[in-house]
Design a protein. Structure first.
Lengths: 314, 61
């Protein structure tokens, strides 16, 4: 590389505050905040509202920090992919080193302050999540194996467990169930995206399942993972975390999700091209609703149970 | 030539500086609030019988 070369990671534009905020992946942060909040509120331990607010804030900042570090490392891939080409680093508004600095600083900040606000188990889990997402997923798995989404999904699954640990200081079966729900939800969600984003991952050289094993294999895998996810989601309804309301929501959503996965499985590429991947896109949208409503139902169950205890005591 | 107090670059960076300022103010508010909550949450503990306190020591002298 010469001095005259244009390296997108080293171009510094006039970044606005919003560009630095965009480095934190605010849309992903929404999911992190919501699932962590459910984990925290579903825990059978009362926590001061302001401490709870701080815990969620620091978990969100930790998630954002890992997003910034991911964008720093993946700037070359982001520049090639249509979906990510307008991100602050490939667009030249923020330099790679700025993203690295921001990510490292916010990582340290979020872990230390979560530990001080709640407990060091929650802080340790947050530190491990950042490490897992940045080092294990971004630096290692993503460019190496088509199982990147499957294993890397663990990083996105930790927030409810961190929220639970922040409230209770421990990890229980309910926290593990919430982790598993997000963990198993991740592959069908991202593989549906990979199906209709089509050439993006091919061009970037990311070994997504669609690239390494083909689109037929991806459709098969979506269906298999959806069945496993549905079994877990329904089984959760019979544990201490679930209840009649959760079970009702889970039955309806999983019926819709399995139906969507079945339709994806039954389709071939010609049919998908004809309607511009309408089924795959609708399955992807449903997957977002699926996770939010499952966690919403878990939160509702915990609230109902707590209200019942309060009424019983009154 | 008159001295321009506000250069064009200052205008462009105003949004960034404002955002950073508000973030720092928010950070201070969070730490202050957390400190108040943590201090209020500390349980007041009576010294056990026979424990020598600073007040006792001062009274003996």
């Amino acid at each position: 590389m010469t001095d005259a070369s244009l390296d997108p990671t080293d171009v510094t534009g006039d970044a606005q505050f919003g560009d630095y905020f965009a480095l934190l992946k605010p849309r992903v942060m929404t999911l992190v905040v919501f699932t962590a909040l459910v984990g925290l509120l579903a825990a059978p331990v009362a926590i001061h509202p302001f401490v709870a607010f701080c815990a969620i804030l620091f978990i969100a900042v930790g998630g954002g920090a890992s997003g910034a570090l991911n964008m720093w490392w993946d700037a070359d891939i982001d520049a090639v992919m249509r979906r990510t080409a307008k991100r602050p680093i490939p667009a030249g508004r923020v330099s790679g080193s700025e993203a690295l600095g921001l990510g490292m600083a916010l990582s340290g900040f979020s872990v230390v302050f979560l530990g001080l606000a709640t407990n060091w188990l929650a802080a340790g889990l947050l530190a491990f999540t950042i490490f897992f997402y940045v080092v294990i997923y971004t630096m290692w798995l993503k460019r190496w194996t088509p199982q990147n989404i499957v294993i890397g999904g663990a990083a996105g699954a930790f927030p409810p467990m961190i929220g639970w640990a922040a409230a209770t200081g421990s990890v229980s079966v309910e926290a593990v169930l919430m982790f598993s729900l997000t963990f198993l939800w991740t592959p069908p969600h991202f593989w549906a995206l990979a199906l209709f984003m089509r050439k993006d991952y091919d061009n970037a050289g990311v070994p997504m399942l669609t690239v390494t094993h083909g689109r037929r294999a991806t459709r098969n895998q979506i269906f298999v993972y959806t069945l496993i996810l549905a079994a877990l989601a329904l089984a959760t309804g019979f544990t201490s975390a679930g209840g009649p309301l959760y079970l009702t929501v889970a039955i309806v959503l999983n019926a819709m999700f399995v139906k969507g996965a079945w339709e994806i499985w039954m389709r071939d590429e010609l049919l998908a091209e004809t309607d511009n991947f309408a089924v795959e896109k609708s399955f992807f949208k449903l997957s977002l609703l699926y996770l939010f409503l499952h966690f919403g139902a878990l939160l509702a169950e915990a609230t109902i149970e707590r209200a019942g205890i309060l009424w019983g005591a009154a | 030539m008159s001295i321009r107090t506000t250069h064009e670059i200052h205008t462009r960076r105003f949004g960034r500086n404002l955002g950073l300022g508000l973030t720092l103010a928010g950070f201070i508010a969070v730490i202050f609030g957390l400190t108040v909550v943590k201090v209020q949450g500390l349980e007041y503990r009576q010294p056990a019988a026979g424990t020598v306190t600073v007040t006792d020591t001062e009274a003996d002298s």
